[in-house]
Design a protein around this ligand. Structure first.
Ligand SMILES: NC(=O)c1ccc[n+]([C@@H]2O[C@H](COP(=O)([O-])OP(=O)(O)OC[C@H]3O[C@@H](n4cnc5c(N)ncnc54)[C@H](OP(=O)(O)O)[C@@H]3O)[C@@H](O)[C@H]2O)c1
Length: 334
């Protein structure tokens, strides 16, 4: 697969979002099936894997440790701390340094590795200054437990404050044709400071593949029925689906699938952008990798920009409460 630079690392232009085998969109798959998918992804040329302590409450990291330990030098490993879930399913942000240090120890044990290449603060904890949380991540670097630091769903001001404490290697936030928050400020700051950008949910939570159901057809724990519900509500979904007709026609014209078109558009936004689509299916993992070879003309990029964007899409990406409490959304108060 084509390669990109992400801080000190050279990685495949498309990375693998590993979360999906443990949680998020439909049932978890069997462990050995996930192991086969991960190994097939490395065989396919993926060399950037994304996980988090949150995903399956350690299950996802343990799968990587179990099934990919013997191939550890073949991939850049990214994980995350600072975001967890209580027994009753409530998510909690905890950015206290001592908690992050302990989570790092737990991640290392589950991943069965001596060092994590890129360790993100998953969410800013509003009760803890970002300098303190990033200070803990900087200590992990000094101790050789982590190679580089990242931040997820962070606003511009928080990024600059964090970068003053310790150089940041990558920002990971939601970015796709239908979620444009990063275009407000953070992409420019990343370019200015030499920070890579990793778009999560690059397929718009399956919407841009043309295969997503609406909220009435998914499990109650599916992300599309919980935090990302608004755009999948039947009325919004029906309106948004109209956009997929011309989008599908462009994909056909470009000789690629809709998933590949969505990823190729992201790759065209900058050289330090590395999307991480997630899937539980080997054929889709291979299809997504194919996007790295697609080069869109500036005219096509512009056409896509105008077709699907936050003005043409109905509904916000998150529920109202989450829109208000997510740090990255401070860059675009709505
Ligand atoms: N930092 C954060 O806060 C954060 C938040 C969310 C996600 N992430 C990371 O980002 C990764 C990707 O994000 P995401 O999973 O939320 O969204 P996504 O990659 O935009 O979409 C995932 C959905 O698309 C489907 N899919 C994948 N490839 C497909 C294809 N070629 N054709 C049709 N359907 C396809 C998957 O279903 P199947 O499994 O059935 O294929 C799943 O329903 C995650 O794995 C995780 O590592 C990070």
């Amino acid at each position: 697969m084509q390669q990109r630079k992400l801080g000190p690392f050279t990685v495949s232009a498309i990375g693998l979002g590993c979360m999906n085998v443990s949680m998020g969109y439909g049932p978890r798959i069997a462990d050995d099936e996930a192991g086969r998918l991960f190994n097939a992804a490395l065989d396919q040329g993926y060399s950037f894997l994304d996980t988090a302590s949150l995903y399956g409450l350690g299950h996802n990291e343990s799968l990587i440790g179990k099934y990919l330990k013997s191939r550890r030098d073949e991939y850049v490993l990214a994980s995350k701390c600072g975001f967890s879930r209580t027994e009753d399913g409530k998510t909690v942000m905890d950015g206290r340094p001592e908690v992050l240090m302990q989570t790092c120890e737990d991640s290392l044990r589950r991943l069965d590795t001596e060092v994590i290449d890129l360790y993100y603060l998953h969410r800013i904890d509003p009760k803890v200054p970002v300098e303190e949380s990033v200070g803990a991540l900087a200590r992990m670097v000094q101790q050789g437990k982590v190679r580089t630091i990242g931040l997820s769903e962070i606003c511009n001001d928080s990024l600059r404050r964090a970068h003053a404490v310790h150089p940041i290697t990558a920002v990971q936030s939601e970015y796709s044709l239908w979620t444009r928050t990063p275009e407000q400020k953070i992409l420019a700051t990343c370019a200015e400071l030499g920070i890579g950008f990793v778009p999560f949910s690059p397929l718009a939570r399956q919407f841009l593949t043309g295969k997503s159901p609406d909220v009435t057809q998914v499990d109650e724990n599916d992300i599309r029925a919980t935090i990302a519900r608004p755009r999948f509500e039947p009325e919004n979904f029906a309106k948004n689906s109209q956009l997929l007709i011309p989008f599908g026609a462009i994909a056909e014209r470009e000789g690629c699938s809709m998933a590949q078109l969505a990823l190729a558009w992201l790759l065209a936004q900058g050289d330090s952008i590395v999307p991480i689509p997630g899937t539980r299916h080997a054929d889709r993992m291979i299809e997504n990798a194919g996007a790295a070879a697609i080069e869109l003309s500036p005219a096509t990029v512009e056409e896509l920009d105008a077709l699907i964007n936050e003005d043409t899409v109905a509904g916000y990406r998150y529920t109202d409460a989450l829109m208000k409490s997510t740090d990255s959304e401070k860059d675009w108060p709505r």
